[in-house]
Design a protein around this ligand. Sequence first.
Ligand code: ADE
Length: 362
Amino acid sequence: MSRKRHIDPPAASIDPEDSREVAPAERSGEQAWQAALRPQSFDQYIGQRDLIDNLKVSVRAARENGWALDHFLFAGPPGLGKTTLAHVIANEMGVNLHVSSGPAIDHKGMLASLLTSLGEGDALFIDEIHRLAPVVEENLYPAMEDFRFDLFIGEGPHAKAVTMQLPRFTLLGATTRMGLLSAPLLDRFGFCWQLRYYEQADMIAIVKRSAALTKVTIDQDGAVEIARRSRGTPRIANRLLRRVRDFAAVERDGVIDGDIAASSLDRLAVDHAGLDMLDRAYLSVICERFDGGPVGIEAVAASLSEERGTLEEVVEPFLLQVGLIARTPRGRVATAAGYQHMGLAAPSKAPSGGQGPQGRLF
Ligand code: ADE
């Protein structure tokens, strides 16, 4: 197996270089901040315990027997750690990680160049794998199955089929939309896992770890407040920690406690359950413009001038998880908890939705 080295993603890729050479606080930009806080090993990884335990077994079996690791697929809303897991797995295997994404591999030649640049045992991470072009996806099948790539050289009647043998590699796929993946692609993964929103105790631990790494002083109440408003999503927690750090630095002595965390997050329009302006606008449209639903996603998207995909992939999964909305065959409906969250009286037709955000997730 080739020695571990991070491979630069192609220009259209989504992932930044993950480097720890400069202290996180001195690096600029949200992506650099997030990358610097990323755990590097299973031991540093907080939460998703059952997944991590399964991965540890597979990685150990592969390492101890000299096997290439099987192809794995991770699904779930943005920010739950799909990219992070790819880095951790490659680190733990001691192999190179090549990073790309479905939209970046826009033709067969691009896939050929990615696959032929892999070394023996390397891992290839394809984010947003549900957005691969059909012709690219079809050419991925023999690569995943037999480590083979079929090429045609020349054109017309003189074209010749050439089969290239690829090194054994591990494909790590990530998607926010498992339902959009074709059955043949799904069948070629040895393991598909739906990531869950993180438990509150894990979120608190992640906020404390990130604060320690960035040399931000935070007390228990401050960590609890940021964790509570982060929608069970580490990427959001790390982003909010950075914003609250700014308020604490300017308006206090730099220390984050419960008060400064709560007042900063209020001012950033992140409410006590972690809903931001778009979440509340979405709920308000269903409750007030569409009388609680059922309403189709296209109508909600048009009312908000938002992309349907953003609502389906980013906004709805959390609102469904915490019971503020429900899906019915005729469309989305606001639950009684959803009305209550917006400070509105629920009509009798509204489904209960459980106890709302506090009851469901935390
Ligand atoms: N930072 C972002 N995600 C994390 C996780 N799952 N564990 C530790 N630190 C993190």
